[in-house]
Write a new protein. Structure first.
Length: 250
């Protein structure tokens, strides 16, 4: 363990990664979203694709643990299993594609998806049709593929699953459990592809500390009356992170 810890702490850009972890937690704390959208474009500048996703996964997996039990009664169990099963089928395909993706292409993909998602969120765009139960399976598959190839399973879930005719509490609880299950599937998938790295796991666990500190500070700073201000700040931070991640600055 001391050797692995030393390797993790010797990774180039550690200070930037710690700052990105803290800021991503801060944004999530006062805006309710944005961890991957803020952290991953920065991580992709310093880490290979598989390592960047694995670090994010270990950094983020412990965050929801305190509220999982409380959220379980509100979960739409049928939807959850459809999402998770479809993700489990498509995630290996995404990870397989990622095996052939160069780091610069990965950086373009991550930053491009983050900017696209930002434009959609800022524009208030959502799918306006009816999302049926069979469509939920397709949403899970799309999220699994995007999560495997770019570490961003959120866009299909946000854009389409949230159009389900369910209460906000049910949507939030089901999404919370789905993303937790996704993290577990990523860890298993990385192992199946021989990409599981102790150094990345240790680094992710270490970065969980500034991420949790950011979450706590963001939650403390949040005031419902200023929700639009917080959302605007979150959009600005996501844009800055995504633009910094583009491999066009030399």
């Amino acid at each position: 363990m001391p050797d692995i810890l030393a390797e993790a702490l010797a990774i180039p850009g550690l200070g930037f990664l710690a700052l990105a972890a803290f800021v991503s937690g801060l944004v999530r704390g006062f805006a309710g979203f944005g961890t991957a959208l803020v952290f991953l474009p920065v991580a992709a500048q310093f880490l290979p694709p598989f390592q960047a996703i694995l670090v994010l996964t270990f950094m983020d997996i412990f965050g929801p643990l305190p509220i999982l039990r409380r959220a379980w009664p509100a979960v739409e169990k049928g939807d959850l299993w459809r999402l998770v099963l479809a993700t489990a089928l498509m995630l290996p395909i995404g990870l397989g594609v990622l095996s052939f993706v160069a780091q610069e292409v990965f950086r373009f993909a991550v930053s491009g998806l983050a900017l696209l998602m930002l434009a959609i969120l800022a524009g208030g765009l959502r799918y306006g049709g009816t999302v049926t139960r069979p469509m939920v399976f397709g949403i899970g598959g799309a999220a699994g593929f995007l999560g495997g190839v770019a570490g961003l399973p959120g866009p299909p879930v946000i854009l389409f699953y949230m159009a389900r005719p369910l209460s906000t509490a049910v949507i939030r609880a089901t999404t919370l459990y789905y993303l937790f299950a996704f993290d577990l599937l990523v860890i298993l998938g990385m192992g199946a592809f021989g990409r599981w790295e102790g150094t990345a796991a240790v680094l992710g666990l270490a970065l969980a500390l500034p991420a949790m500190a950011g979450n706590a500070l963001g939650g403390w700073l949040f005031r419902p009356a200023y929700e639009r201000v917080y959302r605007g700040v979150a959009y600005g931070v996501i844009a800055l992170s995504a633009l910094s991640g583009l491999p066009i600055w030399g």
